[in-house]
Design a protein. Structure first.
Length: 206
């Protein structure tokens, strides 16, 4: 069973899908066999080596699962016809007391996180201003926080969830307070094809 939820935080189209598409035994073993990146040993999140791990044949099935949900996001949430492609994919492992600090995804229009293994966690999104502060930067007295008056938003996640969002949107994970590790697969997407209209002198081929 698949449950879908659109979260319009500050106008950003965040899309959460809860699926039954878990990694099978062989896929999980392959993912966990990828060495941890040793370049930044002090980071609070451990990246797995390789910037396109979903191109490995052992993970093609799960790549197709993620891509099909991304296509659903483009067609049925954003409701646009434009073409995109998956430009990067990577793995992370967060052991006890590890977390993914606040960051964005440069060189990506959209991004996703597939939660291979996560229990009672969340992804937290941030903006500098709430959407109602864009016209004038009032410091409003908030009665109840919601998608329009907040500058941060926590979205609960568990194993099997996939979250899609604009790459420009800052986000972080909570500290892993469990003894079991948290595993994720991240992906980024960029535009391809023709954009704009030649008669308006704004067309471009990507």
């Amino acid at each position: 069973m698949v449950n879908k939820r659109v979260v319009p935080f500050c106008g950003h189209p965040i899309y959460k899908i809860s699926t039954d598409d878990m990694l099978n035994k062989d896929e999980l073993a392959f993912l966990k066999s990828i060495p941890e990146q040793s370049k930044y040993p002090d980071r609070k999140v451990k990246l797995l080596e390789g910037s396109n791990i979903l191109n490995n044949k052992e993970l093609h099935r799960i790549k197709n699962v993620i891509w099909n949900h991304f296509d659903d996001y483009v067609r049925n949430v954003l409701e646009i016809k434009n073409k995109f492609y998956m430009c990067n994919s990577w793995g992370t492992i967060q052991k006890k007391e590890n977390y993914h600090p606040k960051h964005t995804h440069p060189n990506a229009i959209f991004s996703s996180v597939f939660y291979v293994k996560a229990q009672d966690s969340f992804i937290k999104f941030f903006t500098e201003k709430s959407i109602i502060q864009e016209g004038f930067y009032f410091g409003y007295d908030i009665e109840n926080y919601n998608h329009f008056n907040s500058t941060s938003w926590e979205l609960p996640v568990n194993s099997g969830d996939i979250v899609f969002f604009p790459g420009i949107l800052a986000h972080e994970s909570k500290e892993n307070d469990l003894s079991s590790e948290r595993l994720t697969i991240g992906s980024s997407y960029f535009a391809k094809g023709r954009y704009g209209i030649s008669e308006d002198y704004d067309d471009i081929d990507l």
